[in-house]
Design a protein around this ligand. Structure first.
Ligand SMILES: C[S@@+](CC[C@H](N)C(=O)[O-])C[C@H]1O[C@@H](n2cnc3c(N)ncnc32)[C@H](O)[C@@H]1O
Length: 228
């Protein structure tokens, strides 16, 4: 069983404290002109408030059936209009041009190679209206922090060990039964390169969700790009 199939039921509990990104994405959604899509929607943690705030439908894609099941029941409970689709973001295909595509929760770090990320960015660009926005946030990777958590045991969302793999550019979270999810880190210039090759333009880059400028203390890249 894959990592997210294993942790889907406890994801709500795990992520309950992660709230500082929600208003940021809701604000973008309220300004979006056209359909809204969340890539790697998980349990709908962000998509549900976005759908409620806009009063419209949010398309949410994810590669984990168990996470989508969580999103389905949470959306029903909240009476939020989510159109949930089982799909890998590398294969993104949408039949309508969108006003906003967004990817919170650092999910793009689950994509191993630059080529696969380029494929996603190109598909996103193709799926946006002219003037439409692509927003995402990812860890601003710090080797010092990663070295501190290397080998550390953590209990949530399920007991696991963090393993830093420097030559492979990633952190593995390994559950007790060996199920693993990996985060492949990327530099600011790699993200800017992806924006460039996809034909998007950088709209904003923040160091947190309150709109602070990126600086040496920032632990997050919060990107907004636009299709010209
Ligand atoms: C950390 S969770 C984030 C979920 C949600 N966006 C949030 O912010 O709470 C990462 C999600 O990415 C999904 N995921 C990982 N790789 C994916 C891929 N290649 N395509 C689609 N979803 C993927 C996982 O199934 C999981 O639901």
């Amino acid at each position: 069983m894959s990592f997210y199939e294993r942790v889907a039921e406890s994801y709500d509990d795990w992520s309950a404290h992660v709230t500082d990104d929600i208003d940021f994405y809701v604000d973008l959604a309220l300004r979006a002109d056209g359909p809204i899509v969340e890539l790697a929607v998980g349990n709908g943690r962000v998509a549900i408030p976005v759908a409620k705030a806009t009063g419209g439908r949010v398309i949410g894609t994810d590669s984990s059936p168990a996470m989508l099941e969580q999103a389905r029941s949470r959306a029903a409970e909240a009476a939020a209009d989510l159109d949930l689709r089982l799909s890998d973001m590398r294969d993104l295909e949408l039949d309508e041009a969108c006003g906003l595509i967004y990817c919170p929760g650092r999910s793009l770090l689950h994509v191993p190679t630059w080529a696969e990320r380029r494929q996603i960015f190109e598909r996103v660009a193709k799926s946006l209206k002219h003037g439409g926005m692509f927003a995402w946030n990812v860890l601003a990777f710090d080797h010092r922090v990663a070295a501190e958590i290397d080998g550390e045991e953590a209990l949530r969302p399920a007991p696991h060990v963090n393993r830093l793999n420097v030559p492979e550019n990633r952190i593995d979270m390994v559950l007790e039964d060996g199920a693993t999810t990996s985060l492949w880190w990327a530099t600011k210039n790699e993200w800017l390169g992806l924006i460039d090759v996809a034909g998007l333009e950088l709209e904003d880059l923040y160091g947190d969700f309150s709109g602070s400028a990126l600086d040496a203390a920032s632990r997050e890249y919060v990107f907004v790009a636009r299709r010209p």
